[in-house]
Design a protein around this ligand. Structure first.
Ligand SMILES: Cc1cc2nc3c(=O)[nH]c(=O)nc-3n(C[C@H](O)[C@H](O)[C@H](O)COP(=O)(O)O)c2cc1C
Length: 192
């Protein structure tokens, strides 16, 4: 296990080519067991994950990818499809027993539920990538998929909505373009 800041941040890349080796189910579980501690509003935990871990399922996932992502997806042995559950509030009895009066999310319209679930599941998605990297796995985050196809073929609940795919495994560093710049502290931050 490697929790160095280099392996999680400064030396980690978004990989686009993998060696096809799948993770074990225990390894997939170990990623979730770290990622689940991400903070979310009201501890709502709206992230849902479908792990794709057979050659047949990876082939089908690649078919759901936009053209530019198909070869990239085919190169990986494992992937996590990250979804958000717009019915996240149904778990509040378990997840937020501290709330005397849980907010009435059931009365929210779909747009408000989506915004809340997406924002909080993206917080969890960042932790998911950090967790996978901390355990030594490379990640390839990708949004370019046909979401209706992914939802039809991989999800069994109508309240789970597609967000993105994280390819998992051993990335090929030689296939990467040079790291692109990031905004400087002065550009992106203000200290008041
Ligand atoms: C939400 C999200 C969606 C992305 N979608 C794609 C994609 O569809 N295809 C792709 O090749 N890379 C995709 N990327 C990867 C980004 O291009 C990459 O993270 C960014 O350029 C930084 O690269 P680096 O981490 O190697 O520095 C996506 C990344 C994120 C976080």
């Amino acid at each position: 296990m490697d929790f160095s800041k280099e392996s999680i941040f400064t030396e980690a890349r978004s990989h686009k080519k993998f060696d096809g080796q799948p993770l074990t189910t225990d390894q997939l579980r170990s990623i979730y067991e770290l990622a689940k501690y991400a903070p979310t509003a009201n501890n709502s935990c709206p992230l849902r994950i479908v792990f794709v871990n057979t050659a047949d399922s990876m082939t089908r996932l690649a078919e759901c990818a936009m053209d530019f992502n198909q070869e990239r997806t085919r190169s990986a042995g494992s992937a996590a499809i990250l979804a958000y559950d717009v019915a996240f509030y149904e778990q509040f009895t378990t997840l937020a027993p501290h709330m005397k009066q849980p907010p009435s999310h059931a009365e929210w319209n779909e747009e408000r539920l989506t915004r809340f679930a997406l924002a909080n599941s993206n917080m969890q998605a960042g932790f998911f990538i950090a967790a996978a990297r901390a355990l030594g796995f490379d990640c390839g985050p990708m949004g370019g998929f046909h979401s209706a196809e992914v939802e039809a073929d991989f999800f069994d609940s109508p309240t789970w909505k597609f967000n993105c795919v994280i390819l998992l495994g051993n990335g090929d560093a030689d296939a990467l373009h040079p790291r692109a710049a990031r905004l400087s502290f002065e550009e992106a931050c203000r200290v008041r």
